[in-house]
Design a binder for this molecule. Structure first.
Ligand code: SAH
Length: 398
C-alpha cells in the first residue's frame, strides 16, 4: 500500500510486534511521518526502516496503533474487512453455533484479526460494539459485510462501553440496519429458554462467554440447593434448575437483571423454586453465612475486579474474600464454581487466591474442573490478553 503515513518505532521496541502481538504503545513510537486521521491505516516500521505491519491509528489512546496485518502485500480496504468477518463467521459455523434459535459471539476483536470489533448474535439479530478508532473508521464496511454474509433481521450498535472514551470516541446505542423484534428477545442456550434485552441489557445484552460453563455446572445440579451470586439474568441458576436442582437463590445488585431473571425462570417453569435477592454480594454472603444457611452448589461470577495493574492487590483481596464466604456457605461434599473475568488475574494466580481462601477457612478441598471462556471467544496465541476468563470447580471434601 503506497503513500500511506508511516510510523517508525524506537530502536529495540519492535520485539513484541515481531512476535505478532497486535498493539503498538505510544511510548514505542519514535516518529510519525504524515498526519494520519484517527482510525486510518498506517505503516509500522522498525527503527531501521523495515516493514513490520499495517495498523489502525488511534491518536487518543495509549495503544496508539492496532495491527490489521503483518503481510506487506495486504491492502486494508472494505474487501479485507469483509474477508476477516467471513473468516470469523466460519469458525462459528464449524462450531455449529449458527442455528436459528441460539446465540453466540461471532467476532471477538484481536483474536479474530479485527481489533476493537465485538459482534454477538442473538438468533437473527446482531449486536456490535466498535471499541477502537480503527473499528469506528471501518464501521460501515463491517456492518455491510455482516449484512451481506448473514442477512440478519437487525444489526444494533451497543457502543456504550466506557473503553470508547479512551479511544476518543463518544458513546452510542442505536439501530443500524433492519428492525429489532419485541424486547426482550427469546433465544435458547443449552436447551434453556433465555431472554435478552438488546437495547438495555448489560454489555451486548448477555454473557455468552459462560455458555459451556453453565452446562458444566449443571452436572452437579441434581437435587442441589443453589446459590447463584452475581447472577445477572440467572444463566447459572436456570441451567442448574433445568437439570434437577431443588431451588436457587439469585443475588445481584441490579434490580433490572433480577426482573429479567424472574421472567426467564417463569418461561422455564421453575420460578417457584427461585428466590431473588437484590443485594450487594459480599454483604449478603456474610449475612447468609452468619444465619447458618448452607448450599450444595455455590456459583461466584463477579464483574471484573481488576481492570489495571494498579488494582491487582485490592482485586485479589476481593476475590479471596468472596471465595472464603463461598466455601463457608457449602454443605459438606458441596461444590463451588468460582470465576474471574479479570485478564490481569491469570489462571495460576486465581488458583492461588482460591487456595488461600480454602486455607484460611481451614477446609479440605479439591479442584474437580478448570474452566475458561467458550470456544466462540478464541484466544489468538500472539494475544494472551484475550484469555480473560478463568474458573475452578472446587469440591469441599465431606
Ligand atoms: N453470572 C452471570 C453474569 C454475571 S455479570 C451470567 O451467567 O449471566 C456480573 C453481575 O454482577 C452483573 O449482573 C452485575 O449487576 C452484578 N454485580 C456487580 N457488582 C455487584 C455486587 N457488589 N453485588 C451484587 N451484584 C453485583
Amino acid at each position: 500500500m503506497p503513500g500511506i503515513p508511516e510510523i517508525k518505532l524506537k530502536a529495540g521496541r519492535e520485539k513484541s510486534i515481531r512476535r505478532r502481538h497486535p498493539w503498538v504503545f505510544s511510548g514505542a513510537i519514535a516518529h510519525v511521518n504524515g498526519d494520519p486521521e484517527a482510525g486510518s491505516t498506517v505503516r509500522v516500521q522498525s527503527a531501521a526502516g523495515e516493514f513490520l505491519a499495517y495498523a489502525a491509528w488511534s491518536p487518543a489512546s495509549q495503544i496508539r496503533a492496532r495491527v490489521w496485518s503483518f503481510d506487506e502485500a495486504s491492502t486494508i480496504d472494505a474487501a479485507f474487512i469483509r474477508h476477516r468477518v467471513a473468516r470469523a463467521i466460519e469458525l462459528r459455523r464449524q462450531l455449529d453455533l449458527l442455528d436459528d434459535t441460539s446465540a453466540c459471539r461471532l467476532v471477538f476483536s484481536e483474536s479474530d484479526g479485527l481489533p476493537g470489533l465485538i459482534v454477538d448474535r442473538y438468533r437473527a439479530c446482531l449486536v456490535c460494539q466498535f471499541l477502537s478508532a480503527g473499528a469506528e473508521f471501518w464501521r460501515d464496511a463491517m456492518v455491510s459485510a455482516l449484512d451481506e454474509l448473514l442477512a440478519p433481521r437487525a444489526i444494533y450498535e451497543r457502543s456504550d462501553a466506557s473503553v470508547r472514551l479512551k479511544e476518543g470516541l463518544e458513546l452510542r446505542n442505536e439501530l443500524l440496519r433492519g428492525e429489532l423484534p419485541a424486547d426482550p428477545l427469546e433465544f435458547t442456550m443449552n436447551g434453556v429458554r433465555q431472554l435478552v434485552s438488546i437495547e438495555q441489557g448489560q454489555k451486548t445484552g448477555g454473557y455468552l462467554d459462560q455458555r459451556v460453563n453453565r452446562l458444566r455446572i449443571a452436572a452437579y445440579a441434581a437435587g442441589a440447593s443453589v446459590l447463584d451470586a452475581y447472577s445477572y439474568s440467572g444463566g447459572f441458576a436456570l441451567a442448574a434448575l433445568c437439570h434437577g436442582a431443588s431451588d436457587a437463590n439469585l443475588i445481584d445488585s441490579s434490580a433490572d437483571a433480577l426482573r429479567l431473571a424472574a421472567r426467564q425462570a417463569e418461561l422455564n417453569g421453575v420460578v417457584d423454586r427461585c428466590q431473588f435477592t437484590n443485594a450487594n454480594v459480599p454483604q449478603e454472603l456474610r449475612r447468609l453465612r452468619d444465619a447458618g444457611k448452607r448450599y450444595d452448589l455455590v456459583v461466584l461470577d463477579p464483574p471484573k475486579f481488576v481492570s489495571s495493574a494498579q488494582q491487582l492487590q485490592s482485586g485479589c483481596r476481593g476475590y479471596k474474600d468472596i471465595n472464603m464466604l463461598g466455601l463457608q456457605l457449602l454443605n459438606p461434599g458441596g461444590v463451588l464454581a468460582t470465576f474471574s473475568c479479570s485478564g490481569h488475574v491469570g489462571a495460576e494466580l486465581f488458583q492461588k487466591i482460591v487456595a488461600g481462601a480454602a486455607a484460611d477457612v481451614r477446609c479440605d478441598t479439591q479442584i474437580v474442573e478448570r474452566l475458561s471462556q467458550a470456544p466462540d471467544h478464541p484466544v489468538a496465541l500472539s494475544f494472551p490478553e484475550a484469555d480473560y476468563l478463568c474458573g475452578l470447580v472446587v469440591r469441599l471434601l465431606p
